[in-house]
Design a protein around this ligand. Structure first.
Ligand SMILES: [Ca+2]
Length: 279
């Protein structure tokens, strides 16, 4: 201690105390991961994976929620033969329609609108992430200067790192990653923070309105054409057509829209009492 000047020692102790407060990791609820804070974003919990068909079924059974696709009687389906069209009877349990296979419980739920996603998150005591929170989490809570979370190439050691489209979109899908449509959540591994399916599989709803470039958020007037921001890309993304699964990728859709390649995951704020539990 004798070699420390008092002011240096004080600065060191203060830095240590502040550092402990800012970076103390709070244990996440089951199925969620801790996302550390940045200058602009408070720390929060995020669902490890997109909400699955099985999880969504529990919500429907508990609340009798009827999705917008069910109310409309149809929802957005893509096929190589027909491109995008509204398919009668398509909804979360039969995302391609009743004449196609039932959705598997360990796959991400699809054919859910923004409003359906919001209802699920509220029921679960959570909320939808902002686009900035989603981006922050996808970047491991820092600035990654890579195309994807794991690096710059889609294939690493001969293995695909995400469920996307291989071939010439929208005509040929060679399925080299093993999946034509959704894949089981977590199949392609985890990020350093423990998140799965950050790239590909399904687009994910965020709470942000898609605001035209140059318009200030506070000046934006929500209207009938307003769309919500989607992040993450999907199994339909092929880079020359849609590179949505890169870290900066983005799409948008109107809040009532259900699509066969769109799902969501929820986030949860960290309460001061959660921090106290760790002390
Ligand atoms: Ca695929």
């Amino acid at each position: 201690m004798s070699h420390f000047k008092p002011n240096i020692l004080l600065a060191f102790v203060l830095a240590l105390a502040l550092g402990c407060k800012e970076h103390k990791q709070v244990p996440a609820p089951e199925g969620m991961v801790y996302i550390p804070e940045s200058k602009e974003i408070e720390a929060f919990f995020m669902d490890e994976s997109p909400v699955t068909v099985g999880q969504f079924r529990k919500f429907v059974e508990a609340t009798n929620h009827v999705t917008e696709a069910e109310n409309f009687g149809n929802s957005g389906v893509f096929t190589i033969e027909k491109n995008w069209f509204l398919k009668d009877g398509a909804y979360w349990e039969y995302p391609m329609g009743k004449d196609e296979p039932k959705a598997k419980d360990d796959h991400p739920v699809t054919q859910v609108s923004y409003n359906d996603a919001l209802a699920y998150c509220k029921w679960a005591g959570k909320r939808l992430p902002t686009a900035a929170e989603w981006q922050h989490a996808a970047n491991d809570g820092k600035e990654l200067n890579t195309t994807y979370n794991w690096g710059n190439t889609l294939v690493v050691n001969d293995k695909y790192k995400a469920n996307v489209w291989q071939g010439s979109f929208p005509y040929v899908n060679t399925l080299r990653d093993g999946f034509e449509h959704t894949s089981p959540v977590g199949y392609f591994g985890k990020t350093k923070l423990g998140l799965t399916d950050i790239s590909g599989n399904v687009w994910e709803w965020t709470s942000d309105w898609d605001i035209p470039f140059g318009t200030k958020k506070e000046n934006y007037q929500v209207n009938q054409q307003s769309q919500k921001v989607l992040r993450g890309g999907s199994f339909l993304c092929e880079p020359s057509f849609c590179h949505g699964y890169q870290l900066t990728g983005k799409s948008e859709s109107t809040p009532e829209t259900g699509l066969m390649h769109t799902g969501f995951r929820c986030v949860k704020d960290i309460n001061p009492s959660d921090y106290q539990k760790t002390q």
